[in-house]
Every structure is written in structure tokens, then in C-alpha cells.
Design a protein around this ligand. Structure first.
Ligand code: HEC
Ligand code: HEC
Ligand code: HEC
Ligand code: HEC
Ligand code: HEC
Length: 479
């Protein structure tokens, strides 16, 4: 038998056994998705706009999976058919031998090898793209984790909106990637069966240590000096009078060999503070251990466990104990409105807008859509009935304000997720516990000789407080 017959035999065999619906479907799937993938990558090269999250799932996850399935189906179908026929005794007699010395057989084998190589390369690129995509913020926040829409919105509105979710939540390394994806699979079941926690619990315990996340970008040894903080608030009077607070925060850090100020006292390579809380949110702190500059351990006690609470495992203080909302900061109703008046989304010209807006925000609504509608209606109704002339002349301002208040609501409250004002307290100041969890003047050593500082000057100098027009801002040249 010469090579030609052998080849025809081989092909015949492949065609013969390949003639089954599994292999044919496999062939169609692989070529179809292969071309689609190639086409989408070329298109992306031509116009690198990121795809919408749902297109993303299709392109980066579904298509490669289908491609792989098709690839496996082809030989599988052949093998199944072969087995079935052998059992039935209908398999053809001739089983062609492969003569590797034949140049043409080698050619065919090379072709097969190249095709396989191409397929593997295609699959490799598809996998890398898929992994990249699964790590992207859009995927985390919008596609897979719809219950995290509020974290995504808060994130998109924060200084870290260009830092990926994965950079804080997953961190570097293959092990953390797989750990996160396994957790993701569990969460997927949660979403499918609709039995996940509402609101999503804060995962400080499962967060990577700040050393591996925050400190990859922020170098604690580099902090020093003071920082001016200007807070624009508005009173709830008719004129929405500005009430401005100016603080000089003693951030400090390391200067020379000294650790000073807010950062210097708490963050250090020797990890100097640990504490014991009695509740999950760590709002109630009963014991604080501090390594002083001489290396001695000082223990402060204060507070009391509430009914049913007991001391939780000791935790070393790190960045996230103060900066717990570096990117998912939820506002208070007052601050949400102040912030939007300052940004110009809500006009200060509208009488009592601050008071009315906060009032409407605080009403408990059943769903976000219901709340948003009621709020817009509430604002419009208020000006229509109480200030009809103004409403006639400045309807555009009123409508814009209604939209601004709606935005304040939808950015912070998700009744469907049981997320509302105050659900996720921010520990950075002392509005919601924060520094005063320890610096409340009641955390002292057993013998009472030392107390954690609580005087207003230890953390900041108040340069102006509740001042409609602070002189200090004029002196600084900002007004
Ligand atoms: C700058 C770091 C950082 C980035 C970026 C980040 N997170 Fe977080 N995230 C945190 C920290 C810290 C907490 C814990 C908050 C706490 O304990 O109060 C948290 C908590 C959460 C929680 C728990 C619920 C809550 O609000 O406390 C979810 C869900 C979450 N993040 C999702 C996301 C998603 C989705 C993204 C991307 C869109 C993202 N995170 C990006 C730092 C980050
Ligand atoms: C991938 C890099 C990266 C990581 C990781 C990161 N940050 Fe940042 N962070 C930034 C950048 C960049 C800015 C400055 C943003 C700006 O000025 O608009 C910033 C700003 C900040 C600010 C100042 C915010 C403000 O209002 O000016 C704080 C506080 C902060 N980060 C804390 C943290 C904490 C806490 C973590 C860990 C949970 C963290 N960051 C993780 C890059 C990062
Ligand atoms: C004891 C609480 C506390 C701890 C712990 C802490 N910070 Fe801060 N940090 C503050 C306060 C307070 C500010 C002032 C800014 C503010 O009020 O938002 C600040 C400011 C910052 C800023 C902005 C500084 C600037 O000059 O713009 C960054 C960035 C920052 N912290 C990162 C970190 C990182 C990273 C860690 C952990 C290594 C950390 N912080 C640990 C309380 C803390
Ligand atoms: C878990 C408890 C705890 C929390 C929360 C905490 N601190 Fe502290 N802080 C301490 C301890 C302990 C010391 C050191 C006390 C000593 O000197 O013996 C300290 C010291 C300080 C000092 C130095 C005071 C001085 O007189 O030398 C400053 C400033 C400070 N903290 C600011 C803050 C700020 C700002 C926050 C909130 C963003 C905060 N701390 C949150 C425990 C805490
Ligand atoms: C342990 C440190 C610490 C102590 C003690 C402390 N503060 Fe503060 N305070 C802060 C920090 C940090 C902020 C900034 C929080 C932020 O970034 O939102 C702040 C913010 C403020 C603000 C501005 C709040 C706003 O949003 O307008 C006022 C007012 C204020 N403090 C008053 C006081 C007074 C009065 C005392 C004394 C009873 C005091 N603080 C004691 C750390 C402290």
C-alpha cells in the first residue's frame, strides 16, 4: 500500500468516525468561537474601549469555555463512535499504520501540530484575558456582584476609583486569586439562590493585611507634617447659611528618628497597637495594648461589653482600622447634602433646601425606586406650595435640586440590600465612633496613671469652627 492509500485510509477513518453529531458540533463550536475571539481581539486593538460588563462576560469567559468544549468534543465523539461500533462488531477492518518515514505523513502531522499549537495559543490568550477581566473592577462591581453595586458606586466616586477592587481585596499572588475565585463561586450560589447576607458584611478580617495592599502604594515612612482640612457645612435655616470648619490635622509620621502625630503613633514597623473589641463592627473597644517608645507594653482598659457580647480575638491595628472606608465611604444625610450644595448640584439659593432635603432623605422607603420618586416629588411639591412665585421663576433650579437630592439618596441607601444611613460607619474622624472608640477619655491604665489622649488639640488644631466666612481662609488666600 503506498502512502496515498494510507492517507486516504486515515482521512477516511477520521471522517468515518468523525461523522457523528458530537464531533461535528465540536468542530462548529471551535471554529465559530475561534473566529469570533480573533475578530473581537482585532476589534479591540483597533478601538480599545472597554466592553460593557455583559459583553465582557460573553467575550472573556463564555466564548473561551465554548471554544474549549468544542475542542474536546471532536475527539470525544470519534472515540465514542469507535467504541460503539467495536462493541457491535461493525468497526471497519483496516486500521491504517502510521509510517513516520513518509514525507507526506510528516507533513500532515506537522499541519495537525500547528493547528493544535494555534488552538492552544488561542486558548492561552483567552484564559489570560478572562482572568484579567475577572479581576477588573467592572466585573466585580457590576457583572457578577450585582449585590455590590453600592460598593461600586461609592468606589467610582472616591479617590481610589482608578485602583482596582482586586488590588485591595485580592492582592498579588496565584493563591489569593484562587481563594478569591472560590469565594466568588460561593457568592455566585448565594446570588442564584438569593440567600446572601444583606447588607454584605464588612470583610476586614478576611482582607489582606494592609502591608500587602495599602502599603504597596502608600509608604507609611513618607508621611509627615500637617494637613489643612476644610469642611463646608450649611445650616438648616432659610438661607442655608454656610458653616465652615477649618482644621489643621496633625498627621505626622516619622520625622528623623521620631514618630509623631496621628500616623506616627499608630503605624510603625513594630506594629505598636493591638486591641480587643466586643462587637463585629469593632465599635466597642474594651482593651488597648500599646508599645511605647521605650518598648514597654502599656495596657489601657475602658468601655464595657454590652448584653450578649463577649471579647473577640485581639487585632493588630493597621491602616484599615482608621481608613475603613478609603473607597466605599457612605455619607450621612447632612453631609450628603452639604457635599452636593458645595459641588453646585443643589442650589443654595433655594430657601430651606438643606432642611427639606435632609428631612426627605431620612424617611424610610421600601425600595430605592420608591424613595427616589418620593424625594423628587417632595422637593417639587414643597416649592410649589410654599414658594409658588419662586417655583415659577426658577423651575429649572428646583428640578436640578430634586435630581441632586435623589442622587444623594441613591448613592447611599439601598433598602433592598438593607443598607441605609449609618450601616457602614466611617472610622476616620469621630462622627461615628472612629477615633473616640479609644480616645474618649475613659480608656486608662489599671492604676489610672495614664489615659489615651482625648483633648481636642492632640489630633488637630481647630482654626475655625462653624464660621460662615472664616478669616483663616482669607489669610490662606483661598477665599
Ligand atoms: C482602596 C482599597 C479598596 C478598593 C479599591 C476596594 N475596596 Fe472594597 N473594601 C475595602 C475595605 C478596607 C473594606 C472594609 C470596610 C470596613 O470594614 O468597614 C471593604 C469592604 C467591601 C465590601 C463589604 C461591604 C462594605 O461596604 O463594607 C464589599 C462588598 C466590597 N468592599 C466590594 C468592593 C468592590 C466591588 C470594589 C471595586 C468596585 C472594591 N470593593 C474596591 C477596600 C477597598
Ligand atoms: C494601587 C495603589 C493603591 C492602593 C493599593 C491603595 N491606594 Fe490609597 N490612594 C492611591 C492613590 C493613587 C491615591 C490618590 C488619589 C487622588 O489623589 O486622587 C490614594 C489616596 C488615598 C488617600 C487619600 C484620600 C483623600 O481623600 O485624599 C487615603 C486616605 C488612602 N489612599 C488610603 C488607602 C488605604 C487605607 C489603602 C488600603 C486599604 C489604600 N489607600 C490602597 C493609590 C492606592
Ligand atoms: C490612627 C488612625 C490612622 C491610621 C492607623 C492610619 N491613618 Fe492614614 N490618616 C489618618 C487621618 C486622620 C488622616 C487625615 C485625613 C483625613 O482625615 O481623611 C490620614 C491621612 C492619610 C492619607 C492622606 C495623607 C495626605 O497627606 O494626603 C493617606 C494616603 C493615608 N492616611 C494612608 C494611610 C496608610 C497607608 C496607613 C497604614 C499604613 C494609614 N494611613 C494608617 C488616620 C490614620
Ligand atoms: C484602638 C484604639 C485607638 C484608636 C481607634 C485610635 N487611637 Fe490614637 N492612640 C491610641 C493609643 C493606644 C495611643 C498612644 C497612647 C499613649 O501615648 O500612651 C494613641 C495615640 C494617638 C496620638 C498621639 C497623642 C499624644 O498625645 O501623643 C494621636 C494624635 C492619635 N492617637 C490620633 C488618633 C486618631 C486621629 C484616631 C482616629 C482616626 C485614633 N487616634 C484612633 C489608640 C487608638
Ligand atoms: C483622637 C483624635 C481626635 C480628637 C481627640 C479630637 N478629634 Fe476632632 N477630628 C479628628 C479627625 C481625624 C477629624 C477629621 C475627620 C475627617 O477626615 O472627616 C476630626 C474632625 C473634627 C471636626 C470637623 C468635623 C466636620 O465634619 O466638620 C470637628 C468640629 C472636630 N473634630 C472637633 C473636635 C473637638 C471639639 C474635639 C475635642 C472634644 C475633638 N475634635 C477631638 C480627630 C480628633
Amino acid at each position: 500500500m503506498d502512502w496515498k492509500d494510507r492517507m486516504t485510509d486515515w482521512f477516511r477513518l477520521a471522517f468515518f468516525y468523525g461523522d457523528n453529531w458530537i464531533s461535528i458540533l465540536g468542530g462548529i463550536l471551535t471554529t465559530g468561537t475561534g473566529f469570533t475571539l480573533l475578530w473581537s481581539w482585532f476589534r479591540e486593538l483597533a478601538s480599545p474601549h472597554s466592553a460593557s460588563p455583559y459583553v465582557g462576560i460573553l467575550l472573556f469567559i463564555l466564548l473561551p469555555v465554548v471554544f474549549l468544549v468544542g475542542l474536546v468534543m471532536m475527539p470525544l465523539g470519534m472515540w465514542l463512535r469507535f467504541r460503539k461500533m467495536r462493541k457491535a462488531g461493525t468497526a471497519p477492518e483496516v486500521t491504517p499504520k502510521v509510517d513516520l518515514t513518509s514525507r507526506h505523513i510528516r507533513k500532515v502531522l506537522t499541519m495537525v501540530a500547528i493547528a493544535t499549537g494555534l488552538n492552544i495559543a488561542l486558548l492561552g490568550v483567552a484564559t489570560v484575558r478572562g482572568v484579567e477581566y475577572m479581576d477588573s473592577s467592572k466585573f466585580c462591581g457590576l457583572t457578577c456582584h450585582t449585590p455590590m453595586i453600592m460598593e461600586y458606586r461609592a468606589f467610582a466616586d472616591s479617590p481610589h476609583s482608578r485602583v482596582g477592587c482586586a488590588q485591595c481585596h485580592i492582592g498579588p499572588g496565584v493563591d489569593s486569586f484562587f481563594a478569591a475565585k472560590m469565594a466568588g463561586v460561593r457568592q455566585l450560589f448565594g446570588v442564584v439562590f438569593n440567600n446572601y447576607h444583606r447588607p454584605i458584611p464588612s470583610p476586614v478580617e478576611s482582607l489582606r493585611p494592609a502591608k500587602e495592599t495599602c502599603e504597596a502604594c502608600h509608604w507609611p515612612q513618607k508621611f509627615h507634617g500637617n494637613q489643612i482640612l476644610v469642611r463646608n457645612h450649611y445650616l438648616d435655616d432659610e438661607g442655608n447659611t454656610p458653616s465652615i470648619t477649618v482644621l489643621m490635622l496633625k498627621i505626622g509620621g516619622r520625622s528623623g528618628e521620631q514618630n509623631t502625630g496621628i500616623h506616627g503613633r499608630h503605624i510603625d514597623t513594630s506594629e505598636r497597637i493591638s486591641y480587643v473589641a466586643t462587637d463585629e463592627r469593632r465599635q466597642n473597644i474594651v482593651k488597648v495594648t500599646y508599645r511605647d517608645d521605650k518598648g514597654n507594653l502599656v495596657e489601657y482598659f475602658g468601655g464595657e461589653a454590652k448584653e450578649g457580647e463577649k471579647p473577640r480575638p485581639e487585632r493588630k491595628m493597621d491602616c484599615v482600622d482608621c481608613h475603613n472606608r478609603p473607597t466605599h465611604a457612605f455619607e450621612s444625610p447632612e453631609w450628603a447634602i452639604d457635599h452636593r450644595i458645595t459641588k453646585g448640584m443643589i442650589s443654595r439659593e433655594l430657601p430651606f433646601i438643606k432642611k427639606k432635603a435632609v428631612e426627605l432623605l431620612k424617611v424610610p422607603y421600601r425600595t430605592q425606586a420608591e424613595g427616589a420618586a418620593a424625594i423628587a416629588k417632595g422637593i417639587v411639591d414643597f416649592y410649589q406650595t410654599s414658594y409658588p412665585a419662586l417655583y415659577r421663576d426658577k423651575k429649572a433650579l428646583v428640578d436640578a435640586a430634586a435630581a441632586g437630592v435623589q442622587d444623594a439618596y441613591t448613592r447611599n441607601v439601598y433598602p433592598e440590600m438593607k443598607l441605609t444611613w449609618g450601616t457602614h460607619p466611617n472610622q476616620i474622624g469621630h462622627q461615628e465612633g472612629g477615633c473616640f472608640r479609644c480616645h474618649d477619655g475613659s480608656h486608662s491604665t489599671k492604676d489610672g496613671s495614664k489615659t489615651i489622649a482625648a483633648d481636642c488639640d492632640s489630633c488637630h488644631t481647630i482654626l475655625a469652627q462653624d464660621d460662615p466666612d472664616p478669616k483663616i481662609l482669607k489669610d490662606l488666600g483661598t477665599r
